[in-house]
Design a protein around this ligand. Structure first.
Ligand code: ADP
Ligand code: MG
Length: 252
């Protein structure tokens, strides 16, 4: 069986710094995988490599049966990989529904799509996602007026517009109040179970990952430190040390 996403030996350097160091990572069809690690351990950079926002210095990336190592980001999106960003990226001046419409036009057609008319199927998809994410009453509000948690939900909606096979979520719960975090977890599980969408979740909220994922990968200094079930990971002395060390550093 080949995985939906299969990254092998991925290396990304910024000058003298190796931000991602020989990382192997796979996500199976319909699987939910967590990616955790201290601040600066390379999680976002690895996402940028996988979604082809950044060129890699070594290694290969396979997705949905294709070697995407040299693909452009919107080609990867068209193959069925969507992502969100650690810093929220919605268009604050546009309405909630306009943000959803625009996201799919970008993924489908790149720049050219941004200037084409929205078709009826897209509008139906917008309506169903607004209902699903419980954002329907906010559809005509400008995205800039939403709370942090609502904006995260909108971003997840934007990532789901293209009916992807895999969604990469970068810190979907940061700045979100606990009630809404539980809602986000429920929505993700529902999309996973009903539509078979696979997720790779970058999180600082380890409990959120433990609740959703059967498998967790831990990065430290750009390299894979550990991999296993949430229970195995949380008991792993090397993982505890990496987190404890990072926290102690942050406290000084
Ligand atoms: P994480 O998401 O795990 O917090 P990042 O992937 O953001 O970690 O960062 C990994 C390392 O790469 C950090 O040391 C960070 O400072 C560095 N880094 C990230 N992006 C760049 C960049 N564009 N240029 C130079 N260094 C970068
Ligand atoms: Mg990050």
């Amino acid at each position: 069986m080949t995985a939906l996403l299969e990254a092998r030996g991925v290396v990304k350097r910024f000058g003298g710094l190796t931000a991602v160091d020989q990382v192997d990572l796979s996500v199976g069809t319909g699987e939910m995988v967590g990616l955790i690690g201290p601040n600066g351990s390379g999680k976002t950079t690895l996402f940028d490599c996988l979604s082809r926002v950044l060129d890699i210095d070594a290694g290969s990336i396979g997705f949905n049966g294709a070697d995407i190592t040299r693909y452009r980001p919107h080609h990867v999106a068209r193959l069925g990989m969507s992502r969100t960003f650690q810093l929220i990226r919605v268009y604050p001046e546009l309405t909630v529904s306009e943000n959803l419409e625009l996201s799919i036009q970008w993924e489908r057609m790149g720049m050219r799509g941004l200037f084409s008319r929205t078709d009826a199927a897209t509008l139906r998809k917008v309506d169903s996602l607004l209902e699903f994410l419980q954002l329907a009453r906010l559809r005509d509000e400008r995205a800039g007026t939403l709370s942090g948690g609502q904006r995260r939900l909108l971003e997840i909606g934007m990532a789901l517009m293209s009916e992807p096979k895999l969604v990469l979520l970068d810190e979907a719960t940061s700045g979100v109040n606990p009630t809404l975090v539980a809602d986000i977890a429920d929505r993700l599980l529902e999309v996973n179970r009903n539509d078979g969408v696979a997720f790779l979740l970058v999180e600082h909220n380890v409990q959120f990952v433990a609740d959703l994922c059967e498998r967790v990968v831990v990065l430290n200094h750009g390299a894979k430190l550990a991999e296993g079930t949430p229970q195995q990971i949380m008991r792993d002395p090397a993982v505890i040390e990496a987190y404890f060390g990072a926290k102690a550093e942050g406290a000084t």
